[in-house]
Design a protein around this ligand. Structure first.
Ligand SMILES: O=C(O)CCC(=O)C(=O)O
Length: 276
Protein backbone atom coordinates (compact mmCIF):
# COMPACT_ATOMS: atom_id res chain seq x y z
CA UNK A 1 0.00 0.00 0.00
CA UNK A 2 1.23 3.51 -0.79
CA UNK A 3 1.94 5.03 2.62
CA UNK A 4 1.85 8.72 1.82
CA UNK A 5 2.72 11.48 -0.54
CA UNK A 6 5.04 13.90 1.20
CA UNK A 7 5.33 17.61 0.54
CA UNK A 8 2.26 17.41 -1.62
CA UNK A 9 1.76 21.16 -1.71
CA UNK A 10 5.27 21.83 -2.98
CA UNK A 11 6.21 18.58 -4.72
CA UNK A 12 4.41 15.40 -5.61
CA UNK A 13 6.76 12.77 -4.23
CA UNK A 14 5.50 9.21 -3.98
CA UNK A 15 6.69 7.36 -0.89
CA UNK A 16 6.37 3.59 -0.91
CA UNK A 17 8.02 0.27 -0.12
CA UNK A 18 10.03 -1.39 -2.88
CA UNK A 19 7.50 -4.24 -2.90
CA UNK A 20 4.80 -1.72 -3.93
CA UNK A 21 6.77 -0.26 -6.81
CA UNK A 22 4.82 -2.17 -9.46
CA UNK A 23 1.98 0.29 -8.84
CA UNK A 24 4.02 2.74 -10.93
CA UNK A 25 5.10 0.63 -13.92
CA UNK A 26 6.03 3.76 -15.90
CA UNK A 27 7.27 5.77 -12.90
CA UNK A 28 10.30 7.15 -14.75
CA UNK A 29 8.02 8.28 -17.58
CA UNK A 30 5.67 9.79 -14.98
CA UNK A 31 8.56 11.90 -13.63
CA UNK A 32 9.55 12.96 -17.16
CA UNK A 33 5.93 13.90 -17.90
CA UNK A 34 5.82 15.78 -14.57
CA UNK A 35 2.91 13.74 -13.26
CA UNK A 36 5.10 13.20 -10.19
CA UNK A 37 8.40 14.79 -9.10
CA UNK A 38 10.02 11.70 -7.70
CA UNK A 39 9.85 8.57 -5.56
CA UNK A 40 11.15 7.68 -2.11
CA UNK A 41 11.52 3.90 -2.28
CA UNK A 42 11.99 2.15 1.06
CA UNK A 43 13.94 -1.08 1.61
CA UNK A 44 15.78 -1.28 -1.70
CA UNK A 45 18.54 -2.78 0.45
CA UNK A 46 18.05 -4.12 3.97
CA UNK A 47 19.55 -2.50 7.06
CA UNK A 48 21.89 -5.49 7.37
CA UNK A 49 23.06 -5.13 3.76
CA UNK A 50 23.85 -1.42 3.98
CA UNK A 51 25.52 -1.83 7.40
CA UNK A 52 27.96 -4.32 5.87
CA UNK A 53 28.64 -2.00 2.93
CA UNK A 54 29.13 1.00 5.23
CA UNK A 55 31.57 -0.89 7.46
CA UNK A 56 33.72 -1.69 4.42
CA UNK A 57 33.63 1.87 3.08
CA UNK A 58 34.73 3.23 6.46
CA UNK A 59 37.44 0.58 6.96
CA UNK A 60 41.12 1.29 6.41
CA UNK A 61 41.06 -0.71 3.15
CA UNK A 62 37.80 -0.07 1.29
CA UNK A 63 37.38 -1.96 -2.00
CA UNK A 64 36.81 1.32 -3.89
CA UNK A 65 39.25 4.13 -4.55
CA UNK A 66 38.26 7.47 -3.08
CA UNK A 67 39.43 11.05 -2.81
CA UNK A 68 38.35 14.39 -1.38
CA UNK A 69 36.38 16.37 -3.92
CA UNK A 70 35.15 19.81 -2.95
CA UNK A 71 33.37 19.24 0.32
CA UNK A 72 32.95 15.45 0.27
CA UNK A 73 34.95 12.23 0.16
CA UNK A 74 33.96 10.53 -3.10
CA UNK A 75 34.46 6.88 -4.10
CA UNK A 76 34.62 6.43 -7.88
CA UNK A 77 35.10 8.86 -10.73
CA UNK A 78 32.09 10.95 -11.74
CA UNK A 79 31.81 11.85 -15.41
CA UNK A 80 31.25 15.50 -14.63
CA UNK A 81 34.72 15.96 -13.13
CA UNK A 82 36.56 13.49 -15.35
CA UNK A 83 39.25 13.94 -18.00
CA UNK A 84 37.75 15.33 -21.25
CA UNK A 85 38.79 12.35 -23.41
CA UNK A 86 37.42 9.91 -20.78
CA UNK A 87 40.47 7.64 -20.91
CA UNK A 88 40.98 7.74 -17.14
CA UNK A 89 37.22 7.77 -16.52
CA UNK A 90 36.72 4.46 -18.32
CA UNK A 91 39.73 2.86 -16.64
CA UNK A 92 38.43 3.89 -13.25
CA UNK A 93 35.00 2.61 -14.18
CA UNK A 94 36.46 -0.90 -14.58
CA UNK A 95 37.94 -0.62 -11.07
CA UNK A 96 34.74 0.80 -9.64
CA UNK A 97 32.55 -1.96 -11.05
CA UNK A 98 34.77 -4.76 -9.72
CA UNK A 99 35.26 -2.94 -6.38
CA UNK A 100 31.51 -2.44 -6.11
CA UNK A 101 30.95 -6.17 -6.62
CA UNK A 102 33.28 -6.84 -3.68
CA UNK A 103 31.64 -4.10 -1.63
CA UNK A 104 28.20 -5.68 -2.10
CA UNK A 105 29.39 -9.31 -1.94
CA UNK A 106 27.60 -9.79 1.41
CA UNK A 107 24.47 -8.13 -0.01
CA UNK A 108 22.51 -8.18 -3.25
CA UNK A 109 24.75 -7.11 -6.11
CA UNK A 110 24.47 -3.32 -6.50
CA UNK A 111 24.16 -3.12 -10.28
CA UNK A 112 21.73 -6.04 -10.45
CA UNK A 113 19.55 -4.56 -7.72
CA UNK A 114 19.52 -1.02 -9.20
CA UNK A 115 18.76 -2.45 -12.65
CA UNK A 116 15.91 -4.54 -11.20
CA UNK A 117 14.42 -1.63 -9.25
CA UNK A 118 14.62 0.79 -12.17
CA UNK A 119 13.20 -1.91 -14.49
CA UNK A 120 10.07 -2.08 -12.34
CA UNK A 121 9.34 1.59 -13.18
CA UNK A 122 10.85 1.75 -16.68
CA UNK A 123 7.65 1.17 -18.66
CA UNK A 124 9.07 -2.23 -19.79
CA UNK A 125 12.10 -0.53 -21.34
CA UNK A 126 15.42 -2.34 -20.82
CA UNK A 127 17.61 -0.67 -18.18
CA UNK A 128 21.36 -0.50 -18.83
CA UNK A 129 24.59 1.22 -17.89
CA UNK A 130 25.71 2.89 -21.15
CA UNK A 131 28.69 1.52 -23.08
CA UNK A 132 30.93 2.95 -25.77
CA UNK A 133 32.06 1.18 -28.94
CA UNK A 134 35.25 -0.66 -27.99
CA UNK A 135 33.77 -2.21 -24.93
CA UNK A 136 34.07 0.34 -22.16
CA UNK A 137 31.18 0.84 -19.76
CA UNK A 138 30.27 4.03 -17.92
CA UNK A 139 30.50 3.92 -14.16
CA UNK A 140 27.07 3.00 -12.72
CA UNK A 141 27.40 5.14 -9.60
CA UNK A 142 29.70 6.99 -7.26
CA UNK A 143 29.53 7.10 -3.48
CA UNK A 144 29.73 10.21 -1.31
CA UNK A 145 30.74 10.43 2.35
CA UNK A 146 29.77 13.65 4.12
CA UNK A 147 31.05 14.13 7.66
CA UNK A 148 29.98 16.55 10.38
CA UNK A 149 29.48 20.04 8.95
CA UNK A 150 29.88 18.92 5.33
CA UNK A 151 27.15 19.58 2.77
CA UNK A 152 26.50 19.75 -0.99
CA UNK A 153 25.67 23.27 -2.17
CA UNK A 154 22.62 24.08 -4.34
CA UNK A 155 22.76 22.67 -7.86
CA UNK A 156 20.57 21.06 -10.49
CA UNK A 157 21.58 18.42 -13.03
CA UNK A 158 20.81 20.47 -16.12
CA UNK A 159 23.32 23.14 -15.21
CA UNK A 160 26.24 20.75 -15.83
CA UNK A 161 25.32 19.55 -19.28
CA UNK A 162 26.10 22.49 -21.44
CA UNK A 163 29.31 22.40 -23.39
CA UNK A 164 31.16 19.83 -21.28
CA UNK A 165 33.36 17.68 -23.56
CA UNK A 166 32.95 14.70 -21.22
CA UNK A 167 29.29 14.50 -22.25
CA UNK A 168 29.97 14.35 -26.00
CA UNK A 169 29.28 10.62 -26.40
CA UNK A 170 26.53 10.35 -23.79
CA UNK A 171 24.61 13.25 -25.31
CA UNK A 172 24.34 11.27 -28.57
CA UNK A 173 22.57 8.35 -26.91
CA UNK A 174 20.83 9.79 -23.84
CA UNK A 175 18.12 12.41 -23.35
CA UNK A 176 20.21 14.41 -20.90
CA UNK A 177 18.00 17.46 -20.39
CA UNK A 178 15.98 16.84 -17.22
CA UNK A 179 17.96 13.71 -16.39
CA UNK A 180 16.82 12.18 -13.10
CA UNK A 181 19.01 11.66 -10.03
CA UNK A 182 18.99 8.40 -8.12
CA UNK A 183 20.80 7.42 -4.96
CA UNK A 184 20.63 4.90 -2.14
CA UNK A 185 21.16 5.97 1.47
CA UNK A 186 23.80 3.65 2.91
CA UNK A 187 24.33 5.38 6.24
CA UNK A 188 22.05 8.19 7.45
CA UNK A 189 23.55 10.81 9.77
CA UNK A 190 22.22 11.42 13.29
CA UNK A 191 20.68 14.68 12.03
CA UNK A 192 20.96 17.06 9.09
CA UNK A 193 22.17 15.72 5.75
CA UNK A 194 18.69 16.05 4.25
CA UNK A 195 18.22 16.35 0.52
CA UNK A 196 16.52 19.71 0.22
CA UNK A 197 14.40 20.49 -2.84
CA UNK A 198 13.84 24.15 -3.72
CA UNK A 199 10.73 25.50 -5.34
CA UNK A 200 12.95 26.69 -8.17
CA UNK A 201 13.48 25.12 -11.58
CA UNK A 202 16.33 25.11 -14.04
CA UNK A 203 14.13 26.65 -16.76
CA UNK A 204 13.76 29.79 -14.62
CA UNK A 205 17.52 30.15 -14.05
CA UNK A 206 19.14 29.27 -17.36
CA UNK A 207 21.51 32.23 -17.48
CA UNK A 208 22.48 31.80 -13.81
CA UNK A 209 19.95 34.44 -12.81
CA UNK A 210 16.38 34.37 -11.55
CA UNK A 211 13.61 36.61 -12.84
CA UNK A 212 14.52 40.14 -11.89
CA UNK A 213 18.20 39.58 -12.64
CA UNK A 214 19.60 38.49 -9.26
CA UNK A 215 22.08 35.60 -9.19
CA UNK A 216 20.69 32.20 -8.20
CA UNK A 217 23.12 31.91 -5.26
CA UNK A 218 22.12 35.25 -3.80
CA UNK A 219 18.39 34.46 -3.58
CA UNK A 220 17.97 30.68 -3.59
CA UNK A 221 17.47 30.42 0.19
CA UNK A 222 14.40 32.67 -0.14
CA UNK A 223 12.59 29.96 -2.12
CA UNK A 224 10.34 27.48 -0.36
CA UNK A 225 12.13 24.23 0.49
CA UNK A 226 11.28 20.59 1.13
CA UNK A 227 13.84 18.63 3.21
CA UNK A 228 13.84 14.86 2.68
CA UNK A 229 15.41 12.57 5.26
CA UNK A 230 16.09 9.06 3.98
CA UNK A 231 16.47 5.89 6.03
CA UNK A 232 19.18 3.27 5.53
CA UNK A 233 18.46 1.25 2.38
CA UNK A 234 16.05 3.80 0.83
CA UNK A 235 16.43 4.92 -2.76
CA UNK A 236 15.45 8.39 -3.90
CA UNK A 237 14.63 8.85 -7.57
CA UNK A 238 13.78 12.43 -8.47
CA UNK A 239 13.83 15.11 -11.11
CA UNK A 240 17.25 16.42 -10.12
CA UNK A 241 17.93 17.80 -13.58
CA UNK A 242 14.99 20.20 -13.34
CA UNK A 243 14.70 20.94 -9.60
CA UNK A 244 17.37 22.91 -7.74
CA UNK A 245 18.48 20.97 -4.64
CA UNK A 246 21.23 20.69 -2.04
CA UNK A 247 22.29 18.45 0.86
CA UNK A 248 22.09 20.23 4.21
CA UNK A 249 25.08 20.15 6.61
CA UNK A 250 25.55 16.84 8.42
CA UNK A 251 25.12 17.07 12.20
CA UNK A 252 26.78 14.63 14.60
CA UNK A 253 29.66 12.25 14.18
CA UNK A 254 27.91 9.60 12.06
CA UNK A 255 28.95 10.13 8.44
CA UNK A 256 26.24 10.37 5.80
CA UNK A 257 27.02 7.89 2.99
CA UNK A 258 25.11 7.58 -0.28
CA UNK A 259 25.70 5.80 -3.58
CA UNK A 260 24.09 6.74 -6.89
CA UNK A 261 24.18 8.89 -9.98
CA UNK A 262 21.82 9.77 -12.80
CA UNK A 263 19.21 8.00 -14.89
CA UNK A 264 17.55 9.03 -18.15
CA UNK A 265 15.74 7.78 -21.22
CA UNK A 266 17.69 6.97 -24.34
CA UNK A 267 17.14 9.41 -27.20
CA UNK A 268 14.30 7.39 -28.70
CA UNK A 269 12.93 6.54 -25.25
CA UNK A 270 13.37 2.85 -25.96
CA UNK A 271 15.79 2.28 -23.04
CA UNK A 272 16.62 3.66 -19.62
CA UNK A 273 20.28 4.34 -18.86
CA UNK A 274 21.99 5.01 -15.54
CA UNK A 275 25.53 6.26 -14.85
CA UNK A 276 27.57 8.62 -12.74
O1 LIG B 1 23.12 12.71 -1.56
C1 LIG B 1 23.76 12.55 -2.58
O2 LIG B 1 24.41 11.54 -2.78
C2 LIG B 1 23.78 13.64 -3.60
C3 LIG B 1 22.53 13.75 -4.34
C4 LIG B 1 22.56 14.87 -5.34
O3 LIG B 1 22.82 15.99 -5.01
C5 LIG B 1 22.21 14.58 -6.72
O4 LIG B 1 21.90 13.43 -7.03
O5 LIG B 1 22.25 15.51 -7.55
Amino acid sequence: MVRSTVGKSLFNLIELDVTELDRYPDGIGDIYERKIDGMIIHNVFSQEEVSGVTAQLLSSEPPLQGKMLNNAYVFGQALIVSDPDLRQYFEESVNFRSGCQKLFSGARDFETRVTDVLSTVSGSRPVEVPTVPGGYTYTPATSRVLREGQFIPPHCGNQFLHGLPQYWHLSKIVELEDQLSYFVMLNPPEAGGELVLYDLEWADTKDGKVKGGQSVESVIEDYEQLPIQLQAGDMLLFDGGRIWHRVSPVQGTTPRITIGGFTAFSRKRTKVYYWS
